[in-house]
Design a protein around this ligand. Structure first.
Ligand code: FES
Length: 139
């Protein structure tokens, strides 16, 4: 009688350990595979316009990737994906040349994202941008 209850107890303990092990393995895997949720702002990014230097660029995280806003010499703001369309490196704004350089294979883009030279097959993706009351919203 006592042997039976000891077996039951060990069975329950092993079953609990197996369930805990399965949960510990499955949770991170399922979290990784689940689609990213968009934050409460619908994936929009906001920041003060003053963070964009004159004739310069501001790089920011955008929906799990990288975006950039530049202030052209005319004062116009342009928002683009900073991901190079060749192999996905992050482009850098070259203020003195007023264009983007991809450091990986020397692809160059205009301030509007059009390809100037190098291997990129397409322009940088444009992002929607609005400015209201000194606050820039991208997305
Ligand atoms: S990844 Fe940008 S030019 Fe190749």
């Amino acid at each position: 009688m006592q042997t039976t209850s000891r077996r039951k107890f060990l069975g329950i303990c092993l079953g609990g350990l197996a369930a805990a092990g399965t949960a510990a393995t499955a949770y991170p895997l399922l979290s990784y595979l689940a689609p990213r949720s968009i934050d409460e702002t619908g994936g929009k990014v906001t920041f003060p316009e003053t963070e964009i230097p004159p004739d310069g660029a501001k790089i920011f995280d955008y929906r799990g990737t990288t975006g950039v806003v530049i202030r052209k010499q005319s004062g116009e703001l342009v928002a683009l994906s900073a991901i190079c369309t060749h192999l996905g490196c992050i482009v850098q704004w070259e203020n003195e040349k007023q264009n983007f350089l991809c450091p990986c294979h020397a692809g160059r883009f205009t301030p509007d994202g059009a390809v100037i030279s190098g291997p990129p097959p397409k322009p940088l993706a444009k992002l929607p941008i609005t400015v209201a009351n000194g606050v820039v919203t991208v997305g």
